[in-house]
Design a protein around this ligand. Sequence first.
Ligand SMILES: O=C(O)CCC(=O)C(=O)O
Length: 282
Amino acid sequence: MLIASPLASLPKQWQVWIEENLARSCEPASMANVMIRDGRFDPHLAYAAIEEARGAPVSPPPARQALPEIDTSANTVLAGDRMVDIRLSLKAPRIVLVGNLLADDECDALIRYAETRLERSPVVADRDGSNEVNAYRTSRGAMMQRGETALVARIEARLAALVRWPVENGEGMQLLRYEKGNEYRPHYDWFDPAMPGPRKHLERGGQRVGTVVIYLSDVEQGGGTSFPHIGLQVQPKKGSAVFFANTDPFGTPDQKTLHAGEPVEKGVKFIATKWLRAGAYR
Ligand SMILES: O=C(O)CCC(=O)C(=O)O
């Protein structure tokens, strides 16, 4: 049936959402994806409403893309040179908790290597994409080159096998130390194409489609990785890791991946963060 005004037929908050996102120059096809996801709106209605609001057709949605993904069909899975444990698997957002990813001596060696070169961890500035130090992220860390040491190369190959994603698409690992009170407040790892600073980072390797946070230490109290939109908290356990996909299969950033490194209350937390790009990162 033909609706006279598809836009007006939507709930008011979705009309406002469309107007606001168009005003922010969001990609119309990505907007349609958000509306269609989880069967919220009929695809024809979503497209027609956006077309009406912008006064122009919406180009077809981007093709489905491959994403990093872990095989969670069994309790243990071979990750290159090591059998690892699948401890928790969530479909949407895609989150997998992996146990036994690193041996204790591998964690200790990474910590020893990082300890000599720690600097305050930066975030990407929205205005120009530069590295900025602010109160949102108070850990200190060491940025590694890909393959910087034989151990790093071995772990990168293991991760690539685990998430079935090329080593070349990975950013260099970040080794991070959080002392009492240090935290990484709620944030997204994906780059927002609507912001000039993050948009620049998309030019090199594309979107950050996945994240792996590896726990190199236990933490006595606090320091969990939390996902506030879905009420999930992962407690650090030496050698384990949490993987999550930052976008849906069409490349649309997943708002549910908002996450935080909770303040450490007692002890010291060490992690290795690996960000995975859509394309080769050089
Ligand atoms: O510290 C954590 O648990 C999370 C780290 C994190 O969010 C990141 O490195 O993007």
